[in-house]
Design a protein around this ligand. Structure first.
Ligand SMILES: NC(=O)c1ccc[n+]([C@@H]2O[C@H](COP(=O)([O-])OP(=O)(O)OC[C@H]3O[C@@H](n4cnc5c(N)ncnc54)[C@H](O)[C@@H]3O)[C@@H](O)[C@H]2O)c1
Length: 329
């Protein structure tokens, strides 16, 4: 192995973000170990990497300790969509909390740098817009989203206690809504939902009246932010918001996707789920200032790439009616 080649562990590496991160790290010359229990991740997401010398995949659940030798750890393992994290809420909290303890323990033993994929959900249903890192959030600790929100909040606590108590080199990113190729087609997240419904020519389901806003970050932009944060000087611990500050209403998003797909899907409305935030938008001043980072990919470009991915996926699976969509390449 080249003496300068870093060994990097990516937990949740077979998931949506993790697979893009693995790709990016290999491209920059790192030696990557992907750890995943394939709960929401898929082998297909990393199939193209498996034959590469500097990539290896390990089936492992982060709730259990792991003993390997690495220089850096990106801890992404955790189901991210409400459908998946509410499927087994106890396991979700365990994954966040025990997963963080195990990865921090590993980092402590190896004196490795460790990155936590935290989330804008730590802000709960925010009463402050846009959300800055200083905002402490408005989380319902006993609601159906709490297994995820509180699990992630506890993981942040552990990261900062390991930092203070053991001088560990930590990086905490608070990720806002991110989309792109390799999102799970049935995870109920708004971008993948709308695209799949539009490609199938099915009605587009909007929860609520569609006036709630979201800010969508394209995956390539987010991964650039991860890598910059990891490479930043050690005093840059975070938490640091990574997301796209351009707000779009859910209604506008639906209309844009219908237009880009060229679909004839109708829009239908359903009641808002419990504790669904009405507005969510990052303040990324800190990321701009400290990392020189900001999103570059427009919503239209990102959506075109994502639509192309789902179009291929549905076609391969025989899931797309021929007449439903005329895709814009
Ligand atoms: N995508 C987003 O918009 C977003 C937003 C905020 C935070 N995040 C965070 O980023 C990380 C990755 O999210 P994603 O969108 O790629 O989701 P994902 O579900 O595609 O990826 C999560 C991965 O973790 C794996 N995993 C789950 N439990 C595990 C366990 N116990 N042991 C080992 N592996 C396990 C899954 O199989 C999957 O491959 C998550 O921690 C998520 O909370 C994502």
């Amino acid at each position: 192995m080249s003496p300068t080649r870093k060994r990097v562990l990516v937990t949740g590496g077979a998931g949506f973000l993790g697979s893009h991160l693995c790709e990016r790290l290999i491209a920059q010359g790192d030696d990557v170990v992907c750890v995943d229990n394939y709960f929401t991740g898929r082998k297909d997401n990393i199939a193209h990497l498996l034959s590469l010398t500097h990539f290896e995949a390990l089936r492992h659940d982060v709730c259990f300790p792991l003993y390997i030798e690495v220089d850096e750890i990106y801890n992404l393992a955790c189901p991210a969509s409400p459908i998946h994290y509410q499927h087994d809420p106890v396991q979700t909290t365990k994954t966040s909390v025990s997963g963080a303890i195990n990865m921090l323990g590993l980092a402590k033993r190896l004196r490795a740098k460790v990155f936590q994929a935290s989330t804008s959900e730590v802000y709960g249903d925010p009463s402050v817009h846009p959300q800055r890192e200083e905002y402490r959030g408005n989380v319902n600790p006993i609601g159906p989203r709490a297994c995820y929100d509180e699990g992630k909040r506890c993981a942040e606590t552990l990261f900062f206690d390991y930092y203070r108590q053991h001088n560990l080199r930590i990086r905490v990113a608070r990720i806002f809504n991110t989309y792109g190729p390799r999102m799970h087609p049935n995870d109920g997240r708004v971008v993948s939902n709308f695209i799949v419904q539009a490609l199938k020519g099915e009605p587009i389901t909007i929860y609520g009246d569609g006036s709630q806003t979201r800010a969508f970050c394209y995956v390539d932009d987010l991964i650039e932010g991860f890598v910059r944060l990891m490479a930043a000087p050690d005093e840059v611990t975070g938490p640091i918001n990574l997301g796209n500050p351009v707000e779009t209403t859910v209604g506008e998003l639906a209309a844009k996707i219908v237009d880009l797909v060229g679909s004839h899907s109708k829009i239908v409305h359903r009641p808002l789920p419990v504790d669904d935030p009405v507005q969510r938008c990052p303040d990324i001043a800190r990321a701009r200032d400290v990392l020189g980072w900001e999103p570059r990919v427009t919503l239209e470009t990102g959506l075109r790439n994502t639509i192309a991915y789902f179009d291929r996926l549905l076609t391969e699976n025989g899931d797309k009616p021929q007449s439903a969509a005329k895709l814009i390449a």
